[in-house]
Design a protein around this ligand. Structure first.
Ligand SMILES: CC(C)(COP(=O)(O)OP(=O)(O)OC[C@H]1O[C@@H](n2cnc3c(N)ncnc32)[C@H](O)[C@@H]1OP(=O)(O)O)[C@@H](O)C(=O)NCCC(=O)NCCS
Length: 399
């Protein structure tokens, strides 16, 4: 028999005020550093990138402008934006070797896993991969932010046995992505909705994937490893993959008339969680969801058919969530509840939704890596040891 440790033997786990063992399960409400990148006011439905409200950015800016803002901590002048967008456009092509790799991946592999593999390989092929200067880090960031949509679109075309489409430098980031997916220039609503989607998902403070990126970067590992790790974290349904799960949930519900019954049988009984609802930080409505919801409404009105059905299912389900979970338990619908309907209206297959999230968020991860390593300290939390020590070691023949 061994013996259990007392809390006094692990004083780092004891709260100085209460004198009790303090465990922040899920690292809830732990501030790991100072930052000037993003602020979420989860009680008042507010989100700011570098001090600018998400509503202003979604209304007035483009993704290119937001990428610049997140990287350089200022809005670009016209001239700066033109140069910067030009740089992003020049970086869109992916090496032939990456396309060849994509051709070898089985078509039924989850797109997030494909993206993880392709980004890792892209890192192997980057001649500047070990350049850790600030300029080198900026260059790698732009390289990856620009290339990620190309990887996704090429994977989509390769797995559906269609020719890949090269980026068109005349189009902006969002338009070009839709063009590489479908081979036609998007209509105005789709182009703007995709641009806004990129903006809304560009950054979100110290979530699980950003934290993963920082844990990796804080060991002074390389940039691509940090991003690959972040992609892995985003892939879970409690995080970015919730946009896929939310859409599958609408499919499972099937029609607007089934919403109430489905909610009673699955949610009120505690059998399932509403995918696209609840948040560690937002205790009220997610401001990004409001913006996506409006685009979903516009698409439903314009397109009708299946999009309208999904919109109606989501609208009814949201009503139930808001009246029965949000008011009493602060579980309100979030960004992933609505984004999928917008993507569906733009002809994007459901299983790709999370890759769109990753492509948008790469700038946020990169901004955090840059900020953190400028004043780096390895991230190394503790666990409260609840096992035994001093157990007697019995030789294998006597066990
Ligand atoms: C996002 C999420 C992981 C946050 O988790 P968290 O802050 O750790 O909250 P917990 O998992 O501890 O949940 C707290 C309580 O709320 C409930 N809850 C949380 N989200 C819920 C949801 N979407 N539907 C129903 N109940 C939910 C939990 O069952 C738990 O109930 P209990 O106290 O009776 O056990 C969680 O809300 C979730 O799983 N949401 C669905 C997935 C999703 O949309 N993710 C994207 C987030 S942007």
């Amino acid at each position: 028999m061994g013996r259990k440790l007392s809390p006094e033997e692990q004083p780092w786990c004891i709260d100085k005020v209460s004198g009790k063992v303090l465990i922040n399960k899920g690292v809830e409400n732990v501030c790991i550093d100072k930052s000037t990148i993003c602020f979420i006011d989860g009680f008042n439905s507010k989100l700011y990138y570098r001090g600018y409200s998400i509503e202003d950015l979604a209304q007035n800016s483009t993704y290119e402008e937001v990428v610049y803002l997140l990287l350089y901590d200022k809005l670009p002048t016209k001239r700066e934006l033109t140069d910067f967008s030009g740089w992003m456009r020049e970086e869109r092509d992916i090496p032939r070797e990456v396309d060849e790799l994509l051709c070898r991946i089985p078509v039924d592999v989850e797109p997030m896993e494909v993206l993880r593999t392709a980004v890792s390989y892209l890192g192997n092929l980057d001649p500047g991969r070990y350049d850790t200067s600030r300029e080198g880090m900026f260059r790698k960031t732009i390289r990856l932010v620009a290339k990620m949509p190309t990887i996704i679109a090429h994977w989509y075309r390769i797995r559906s046995r269609q020719d890949v489409i090269c980026p068109d430098p005349r189009l902006n980031h969002a338009e070009n992505f839709l063009y590489m997916m479908h081979g036609t220039k998007p209509d105005q609503l789709s182009a703007r909705a995709m641009d806004v989607s990129y903006i809304l998902l560009a950054e979100h403070e110290m979530n699980a994937s950003a934290f993963t990126a920082l844990v990796i970067a804080s060991t002074l590992s390389d940039y691509y490893s940090a991003i690959v790790g972040a992609i892995g974290a985003l892939r879970g349904p409690l995080h970015g993959y919730a946009n896929v799960a939310a859409m599958r949930q609408f499919e499972e519900i099937g029609s607007p008339e089934n919403v109430e019954k489905w909610f009673k049988e699955n949610i009120l009984t505690g059998k399932k969680r509403v995918m696209g609802a609840g948040h560690r930080v937002y205790k009220t409505y997610d401001p990004r969801a409001k913006i996506f919801r409006e685009y979903a409404r516009q698409f439903a009105e314009k397109t009708g058919g299946k999009v309208k059905d999904y919109y109606e299912i989501a609208r009814r389900l949201e009503e139930l969530v808001m009246s029965q979970l949000c008011e009493t338990r602060n579980i309100c619908t979030n960004v992933d509840f609505w984004s999928g309907i917008v993507y569906h209206a733009m002809g994007i297959p459901i299983d790709l939704y999370c890759t769109l999230f990753a492509a948008s968020r790469t700038i946020g991860w990169s901004a955090h890596i840059l900020e953190y390593i400028a004043d780096n300290r390895i991230i190394r939390p503790r666990l409260y040891y609840d096992g035994e020590v001093d157990r007697e070691y019995i030789p294998i023949e006597n066990r």
